[in-house]
Design a binder for this molecule. Sequence first.
Ligand SMILES: [Mg+2]
Length: 292
Amino acid sequence: MRESELLEHIYRRSEGLAGASPDLVVGPGDDCAVLRQPGGGLLLLTVDQLLGGVHYKPGTPVDRVARKAVARSVSDIAAMGGEPRWALATAMLPKDYPEADELFDRMAYWASRWGCPLIGGDIGSGPGELLLTVTIGGEAHPDRGPVLRSGAKPGDRLFVSGSLGGSLQSEHHLLFEPRVALGTKLCDTLGRDLHAMIDLSDGLGRDGARLAKASGVRLVIDAERIPRRDGVTSWRNAAGDGEDYELLVAIAPGREAPEGLIEIGEAAEGSPRCEIVDSGEKIDAGEMGWDH
Ligand SMILES: [Mg+2]
């Protein structure tokens, strides 16, 4: 089963979830789950896994593996405009794995560096590749609240936070800086005019389609305006390679373009999809990205 189909299944199954937990504000289908905290405020929760041989190549230094495992979950907190607060990690180690101590030390280092100290975890050993799971709890922006995928409206301007494509070749997928500071700044400066965000883990096409579906809008993106990482020659790579971990942002029209964002298109009425326009040709980009 493809990841996208499995996620659909989980979303459908969870439609009744709000009743199951009175604290649940946002269930599966966004970058984080959102829970009401007993003392007030909203808790963001996300979990992601990193598998050897799939998410990084054999021979990748332990520090970079640890960094990526933490950074992916931090990026989901950034996508809601929140601040990471704590982290939990589990590791399923291959037999006779020699670097377990260093692995956890480096995960602890990166977690602290991004403001979410590693406060616990579990470790086991199994027959397969190294498998890391990182859960991060964060706090939603106190004034803006969590920025969901579902808030985009027709007429919104669309932006990305950096160059896209070529993440594997450039090792960007191991070295990216999650956009926490930018997400917070956008919440500070735009407030409710910041309509929707998602982090681009599976590519602009696929993640754009997710935001489009959640919001019930059509995204219309100009192929020429998609910023490309050095060495990326085609917009198809920029939109489809994945693992960019930049933010895709929808902002109400009539606002100044915020610093640090590159405008790539707009949200429009119409059946929800992510459309990339190349020399007048409209391409449905929803299947272009990475499907696990
Ligand atoms: Mg995400």
